[in-house]
Ligand binder design. Structure first.
Ligand code: PLP
Length: 433
């Protein structure tokens, strides 16, 4: 399948080119030319299929033309070696727990899939070293680093904002060694993202090094996130709750929710979507006004959503032909303060005995406030609450048990390189490699 750029000023790309380049030459994001609907028969029997079987059908629609069936199946099955259960929280609100992967966040799905697909392309082409640059507000770095750890022919550079990610998150990408290097940037997440984008646009750098991105701008990270929306629907169908499903996605860079919107385009019967924001509510403001005004991000307790200029907004616009009316029909928005997020976590823990993380809390609250009679709500619980240990314990006033997988990371020793947010510094570092 061919991919075009959302800016429409760059040549079309093959899947391989789109995955290796990450961003189009005109700084646009790659979009597949067609989003193939899946047949009714698939939706009728979806509740009899496993997560891996469902995901393979979805993957085949996107990647089947470009990757041999056996290889693609292997990539999908390897990627999804963990479950994504749908857990009841209230009578009509369910949590899609996306935190059962290796780094306990939803980004494991895209990170693991992309590592395997890129590894396949590198082997196939006999390419020399590919350098993956990834900016992280917390969870991307760990999911990508762990997804790529030990993959031959690939070196990963994780750029993260100094002092703005939790200790546990930091440990998950600074302790790995091998083909993973962590760069601690004296700036915000947006600064990190700007450095990565500038690197891709820099002619000299790209002549010296083969660079690619593992942020959700990369189609290999972004599209696989559609898998679990189908699986959520399958689980709703199993319990007879699939009519009038509303899916709420705690959103930052909008990669996750955009994958869900792609799912709807493929015929997935979701009635509507809600994008839950923290105070970084650029998308919410866009829905209200029709005007998109990026602004510097502000730090919140849902830090993985502290994004002031969501990169996948370009894909949302493109998907709906730039129509604010069309976007507003399928997606609504909410915005919550730290106090509201904390209150939701406290109350849900007390009343439902369900422990939310600060991101999932935005999603749960949006459903609690916004579900209409007859609707069933699913929010994406995007990370395990123990990843934000101090915040969560401080809010609920109790000790949170740390899963063994996380404890193992805590034992490692942090190794990182400090760097300013100046592109010149980053560039000379990369050139010196
Ligand atoms: C990355 C992340 C988000 C935001 O996802 P986007 O795809 O950037 O919108 C939400 N919650 C958690 C825990 C995350 O790590």
């Amino acid at each position: 399948m061919k991919y075009y750029s959302t800016n429409k000023q760059a040549p079309d790309a093959s899947l391989e080119e789109a995955v290796v380049k990450g961003l189009a030459a005109d700084k646009g994001l790659f979009m597949p030319y067609s989003i193939k609907p899946l047949p009714q028969e698939f939706y009728d029997s979806i509740d009899t299929l496993s997560f891996q079987e469902i995901a393979y059908r979805v993957a085949d629609a996107f990647f089947g033309e470009d990757v041999p069936a056996e290889t693609l199946k292997q990539i999908v099955y390897d990627t999804l070696n963990f479950d994504v259960p749908l857990v009841k929280v209230t009578e009509d609100i369910y949590s899609l727990e996306l935190f059962h992967g290796p780094t306990l966040a939803f980004k494991d799905v895209g990170g693991r899939f992309m590592a395997r697909l890129l590894g396949y392309f590198i082997r196939k082409e006999g390419k020399k070293q590919v350098n993956v640059l990834v900016a992280t507000s917390g969870d991307t770095g760990s999911a990508v680093a762990n997804g790529f750890l030990g993959v031959e022919g690939i070196h990963v550079y994780v750029l993260y904002p100094k002092g703005k990610v939790s200790e546990i998150q930091e440990k998950q990408f600074t302790t790995l060694g091998q083909n993973i290097t962590a760069l601690e940037i004296d700036g915000t997440f947006d600064d990190c993202q700007a450095l990565v984008k500038s690197a891709f646009m820099d002619k000299e750098l790209n002549e010296h090094l083969q660079l690619t991105s593992a942020n959700s701008i990369n189609v290999a990270r972004f599209l696989p996130q559609a898998f679990y929306y189908f699986y959520a629907y399958a689980q709703l169908k199993k319990i007879g709750k699939a009519n009038d499903a509303v899916i709420c996605v705690p959103s930052g860079n909008f990669g996750n929710i955009t994958a869900g919107l792609f799912g709807k385009r493929m015929g997935l019967p979701v009635k509507r979507f809600i994008a839950a924001n923290n105070r970084n509510d650029i998308f919410y403001q866009y829905l209200q006004t029709g005007v998109y005004t990026p602004r510097p991000s502000i730090a919140t307790i849902a830090n993985a959503m502290d994004v002031g200029d969501p990169s996948n907004f370009a894909r949302v616009l493109d998907l709906y032909g730039g129509s604010h009316a069309a976007i507003s029909t399928e997606i609504s928005g909410t915005t919550y303060t730290n106090e509201q997020i904390a209150e939701t976590m406290r109350e849900t823990w007390k009343e439902c005995h369900y422990l939310l993380d600060p991101h999932g809390a935005c999603g749960f609250r949006a459903l609690k406030e916004g579900l209409k009679p007859g609707e069933t709500g699913v929010f994406l619980e995007t990370a395990h609450p123990a990843k934000f240990l101090e915040t969560v314990e401080g809010i609920i006033g109790e000790t949170v048990e740390i899963p063994a997988k996380l404890k193992a990371f805590m034992q490692g020793e942090k190794q990182s390189l400090s760097m300013t947010k100046e592109f010149a510094d980053f560039k000379s570092y990369l050139l010196s490699l």
